[in-house]
Design a protein around this ligand. Structure first.
Ligand code: C5P
Length: 216
């Protein structure tokens, strides 16, 4: 049978990461958060004082990326996310990061990858594709609560909502690999689901696919 590759895509703050991590753990699969690749490129450019909007400059940083340092906690921050979505519009950047993602996905034991274009571009043949969504308001609320839980007191829901919408627009509106569900993706709207319910729904999708005769 084909390896169990699970593609989980969706907009910022939809809960993909938490969901993908739990699914990976449940099926004993390695997990790659592909957003970290774009974040790492964005952060390198930020540190170097280079221009994230210049395609060939950003492309050079992407080609030189050392994937050994993806566990740097500063990559998770808001600024790295902003820079990530700016460098992610460039075809040169996306191309430079493709091979690493594809070879991760091609592991014999299978893999879970989360991002924006896993089901459409990186792994169009993934056995399971899940597109996780939630309304911008719900996503902004979750991000706000998360920041408050981390002890931040400068948190403003309206500003976060505006940022979530701006990021959606940039990710969906770009020419190269825009954010959109693959035709054969299972849509999972988590607006009304907590993480446990979302996890159960995702496992149902995976188990259903596993029970089907192999298509590949
Ligand atoms: O998922 P995360 O918020 O970490 O991603 C940061 C940014 O990286 C996204 O807003 C998006 O622009 C970009 N990205 C992408 N393709 C991916 C993963 C992330 O374009 N597969």
């Amino acid at each position: 049978t084909a390896p169990l590759t699970i593609a989980i895509d969706g907009p910022a703050a939809a809960g993909k990461g938490t969901l993908a991590k739990r699914v990976a753990h449940h099926y004993s699969l390695p997990y790659l958060d592909t957003g970290l690749l774009y974040r790492a490129v964005g952060r390198q450019i930020l540190l170097a004082g280079s221009d994230p909007d210049d395609p060939s400059e950003a492309g050079a940083f992407a080609r030189a990326l050392d994937v050994a340092h993806l566990d740097d906690p500063t990559l998770r921050g808001h600024e790295a996310g902003e820079f990530a979505s700016r460098v992610a519009v460039h075809g040169e950047v996306r191309e430079a990061l493709t091979e690493f993602q594809r070879s991760f996905a091609a592991r014999r034991e299978g893999a879970v990858l989360d991002g924006r274009d896993i089901g459409t571009v990186i792994c169009p043949n993934a056995r399971v594709k899940i597109f996780v969504t939630a309304s911008p308001e719900v996503r902004a609320r979750r991000r706000t609560d998360e920041l408050l839980a981390h002890g931040r007191d400068d948190v403003d829901y309206e500003r976060i909502l505006a940022e979530v919408k701006a990021r959606d627009e940039r990710d969906s509106g770009r020419v190269v690999a825009p954010l959109r569900p693959a035709d054969d993706a299972h849509l999972l709207d988590t607006s009304e689901l907590d993480i446990d319910a979302a996890f159960r729904a995702a496992c149902e999708v995976v188990d259903r696919v596993l029970a089907e005769p192999d298509r590949h």
